[in-house]
Design a protein around this ligand. Sequence first.
Ligand SMILES: [Zn+2]
Length: 124
Amino acid sequence: MSGFYVCSDCGGRNAQPGACSACGEGPVLDGRRPEVRDELWKSQELMIRKKERRLLPLVILGVSVPCLGAVAMYNQTLFLGLVFSPLGSLMTAGSLAVISFAVWRAVCKAFPVKRTFDWLSELR
Ligand SMILES: [Zn+2]
Protein backbone atom coordinates (compact mmCIF):
# COMPACT_ATOMS: atom_id res chain seq x y z
CA MET A 1 0.00 0.00 0.00
CA SER A 2 1.12 3.58 -0.60
CA GLY A 3 0.06 7.00 0.60
CA PHE A 4 0.85 8.96 3.70
CA TYR A 5 -2.37 8.85 5.73
CA VAL A 6 -1.92 6.72 8.80
CA CYS A 7 -4.55 4.97 10.91
CA SER A 8 -3.88 5.38 14.63
CA ASP A 9 -5.91 2.24 15.39
CA CYS A 10 -4.30 -0.40 13.17
CA GLY A 11 -1.26 1.40 11.73
CA GLY A 12 -2.67 0.98 8.22
CA ARG A 13 -1.38 3.10 5.36
CA ASN A 14 -4.02 4.97 3.38
CA ALA A 15 -3.87 6.90 0.12
CA GLN A 16 -6.83 9.13 1.04
CA PRO A 17 -8.02 10.97 4.15
CA GLY A 18 -11.20 9.82 5.87
CA ALA A 19 -11.88 6.34 7.23
CA CYS A 20 -9.16 3.69 7.25
CA SER A 21 -9.30 1.32 4.29
CA ALA A 22 -7.96 -1.55 6.39
CA CYS A 23 -10.07 -1.44 9.56
CA GLY A 24 -12.78 1.16 8.84
CA GLU A 25 -11.85 3.32 11.83
CA GLY A 26 -10.97 6.91 11.33
CA PRO A 27 -10.29 9.59 10.53
CA VAL A 28 -6.78 8.76 9.40
CA LEU A 29 -3.96 11.18 10.22
CA ASP A 30 -1.55 12.95 7.90
CA GLY A 31 1.74 11.07 8.33
CA ARG A 32 3.72 13.87 6.64
CA ARG A 33 3.26 16.06 9.71
CA PRO A 34 6.17 15.59 12.14
CA GLU A 35 3.96 16.05 15.24
CA VAL A 36 1.68 13.24 14.03
CA ARG A 37 4.66 10.93 13.52
CA ASP A 38 6.09 11.82 16.95
CA GLU A 39 2.77 11.20 18.67
CA LEU A 40 2.23 7.84 16.98
CA TRP A 41 5.82 6.84 17.67
CA LYS A 42 5.46 7.71 21.34
CA SER A 43 2.21 5.79 21.73
CA GLN A 44 3.80 2.82 19.97
CA GLU A 45 6.81 2.83 22.30
CA LEU A 46 4.47 3.03 25.32
CA MET A 47 2.45 0.09 24.01
CA ILE A 48 5.62 -1.97 23.46
CA ARG A 49 6.92 -1.20 26.95
CA LYS A 50 3.54 -2.15 28.43
CA LYS A 51 3.55 -5.50 26.64
CA GLU A 52 7.14 -6.18 27.71
CA ARG A 53 6.37 -5.28 31.32
CA ARG A 54 3.48 -7.74 31.36
CA LEU A 55 6.00 -10.48 30.58
CA LEU A 56 8.33 -9.70 33.50
CA PRO A 57 6.40 -11.46 36.33
CA LEU A 58 6.17 -14.61 34.20
CA VAL A 59 9.91 -14.55 33.56
CA ILE A 60 10.67 -14.01 37.27
CA LEU A 61 8.46 -16.98 38.11
CA GLY A 62 9.94 -19.05 35.27
CA VAL A 63 13.47 -18.38 36.54
CA SER A 64 12.93 -18.51 40.31
CA VAL A 65 10.81 -21.65 40.63
CA PRO A 66 13.15 -24.00 38.69
CA CYS A 67 16.28 -22.50 40.32
CA LEU A 68 14.96 -22.82 43.87
CA GLY A 69 13.40 -26.19 43.03
CA ALA A 70 16.73 -27.55 41.79
CA VAL A 71 18.56 -26.36 44.90
CA ALA A 72 15.83 -27.79 47.15
CA MET A 73 16.08 -31.17 45.40
CA TYR A 74 19.84 -31.51 45.56
CA ASN A 75 20.68 -29.84 48.86
CA GLN A 76 17.96 -29.08 51.36
CA THR A 77 20.32 -27.57 53.93
CA LEU A 78 21.61 -25.14 51.32
CA PHE A 79 18.04 -24.41 50.22
CA LEU A 80 16.92 -23.58 53.76
CA GLY A 81 20.00 -21.39 54.21
CA LEU A 82 19.36 -19.58 50.93
CA VAL A 83 15.71 -18.94 51.65
CA PHE A 84 15.47 -18.40 55.40
CA SER A 85 18.74 -16.84 56.57
CA PRO A 86 18.74 -13.02 56.26
CA LEU A 87 21.94 -12.76 54.21
CA GLY A 88 21.16 -15.89 52.18
CA SER A 89 17.69 -14.77 51.20
CA LEU A 90 19.04 -11.35 50.26
CA MET A 91 21.70 -12.92 48.05
CA THR A 92 19.19 -15.37 46.56
CA ALA A 93 16.70 -12.61 45.78
CA GLY A 94 19.48 -10.47 44.30
CA SER A 95 20.88 -13.14 42.01
CA LEU A 96 17.43 -14.29 40.92
CA ALA A 97 16.55 -10.68 40.10
CA VAL A 98 19.70 -10.27 37.99
CA ILE A 99 19.15 -13.57 36.17
CA SER A 100 15.45 -12.79 35.63
CA PHE A 101 16.24 -9.37 34.23
CA ALA A 102 18.81 -10.80 31.81
CA VAL A 103 16.40 -13.53 30.66
CA TRP A 104 13.62 -10.95 30.29
CA ARG A 105 15.77 -8.69 28.08
CA ALA A 106 16.82 -11.70 26.00
CA VAL A 107 13.19 -12.82 25.54
CA CYS A 108 12.15 -9.28 24.55
CA LYS A 109 14.98 -9.18 22.01
CA ALA A 110 14.23 -12.64 20.65
CA PHE A 111 10.50 -11.98 20.27
CA PRO A 112 10.12 -8.27 19.54
CA VAL A 113 6.67 -6.69 19.62
CA LYS A 114 5.52 -5.86 16.09
CA ARG A 115 5.87 -2.14 15.35
CA THR A 116 2.73 -0.97 13.56
CA PHE A 117 4.01 2.45 12.52
CA ASP A 118 7.41 1.41 11.18
CA TRP A 119 6.65 2.60 7.66
CA LEU A 120 6.30 6.18 8.94
CA SER A 121 10.09 6.49 9.00
CA GLU A 122 10.04 6.28 5.18
CA LEU A 123 8.20 9.61 5.07
CA ARG A 124 10.95 11.52 6.84
ZN1 LIG B 1 -7.06 1.19 10.48
